[in-house]
Design a protein around this ligand. Sequence first.
Ligand code: NAD
Length: 371
Amino acid sequence: MQNERITGIPYDDIGPEYVVEVYDPKLEFKGVLVIDNTALGMGKGGIRMTPTVSTQEVYRLARAMTYKNALAGLPFGGAKAGIIADPRKISTQRKKDIIQSFARLLKPFIPNRYIAGPDMNTTEVEMGWFSQAIKDRTAATGKPKSMKGLPHELGSTGFGVALATKVAAAQKGIELKGARVSIAGFGNVGQFAHKFLQEWGATVIAVSDSSGTVYLRTGLDYATLLQTKEKTGSVLKYPGAKQLSRDIIYELTTNILIPAAGPDVINETNAGKLKTQIIVEGANIPMAEELEVKLHRKNILIVPDIIANAGGVISSYAEYKGFSEKKMFSLVEEKIVPNVEAVLSASKGATTPRAAALRIARERITKARKK
Ligand code: NAD
């Protein structure tokens, strides 16, 4: 039965087990950790740093991690953390102080109940700081190679998203070679999805970041776009491409749309304007579940976040087990491809791919809890 905690978070037969809001009066920042479920293992999920992150958002992301880890067949439960801060407006030193204070505040949960990882606006650098602060190498995955890490900057998540795209295109009868792809968000996930899809012959016609969208009918080259972003701070100055407004990317005619930025970017306002056949959810919760049902009925194939972007957490597991980079990439492929195939074939008719995926995940969690 659904009920309300004092934090306003709904709880059910899965969790959340812990909702921990923290505050550092000296540094004046707030953060939150949600450990949703630990039936399969310690809670695993990244830390995001944004000015708008809320307990509700972190709870939804933690639940997604519970399902994602169960679906990937990993011995991890689900968790997520958030820090309210605008990384573009603070110095590197302040960012480091905040991350390290957050680590100390969460120490009672680490590593038995929670292991951190990177997410929006946190990278291998932050994971290194986090682990150093509490002198525990196992406190976080996605750390720099110098700390025996497998940083997410190797591109595990984007690689998995690209693989999920390949499987979805085949299911929909779309030839990946020459398929038009739009990628909303050009950070860790979006960049590597672009890189691999381009290598496999797709044409990435549009990419956005927080400053806007660039569009080029003949295709945006990954290396040139990355260079443009690194040199100018945004994708907009790509030579010869059209500059468009940020959110118009959701309205462009394309075969495949990959949201790879923040939550709820596809919403009631723009869902009716989508002109795509496939959506591969690179980002976490890029739209509400009800919206996925509506779009599924319109014959848009949606690969849900909980299977499409599991590459990052599979890499975390590989790091936790001490695997090499090569073995990590093989593991991502071995897990993502059959998982996407299984979920898409279980989702014919009225059942959405998410509903099919959730049924599988819930069965695994219930079985583990009974044990
Ligand atoms: P990132 O911080 O590296 O990049 C985010 C990108 O999105 C940046 O290019 C930024 O400019 C852009 N952006 C921000 N707001 C935008 C907006 N409104 N419209 C368009 N672009 C916008 O983040 P990331 O690590 O690539 O993560 C992206 C998403 O993927 C998040 O939802 C994250 O939870 C999810 N995810 C990431 C990983 C990982 O390994 N990095 C793993 C699983 C899921």
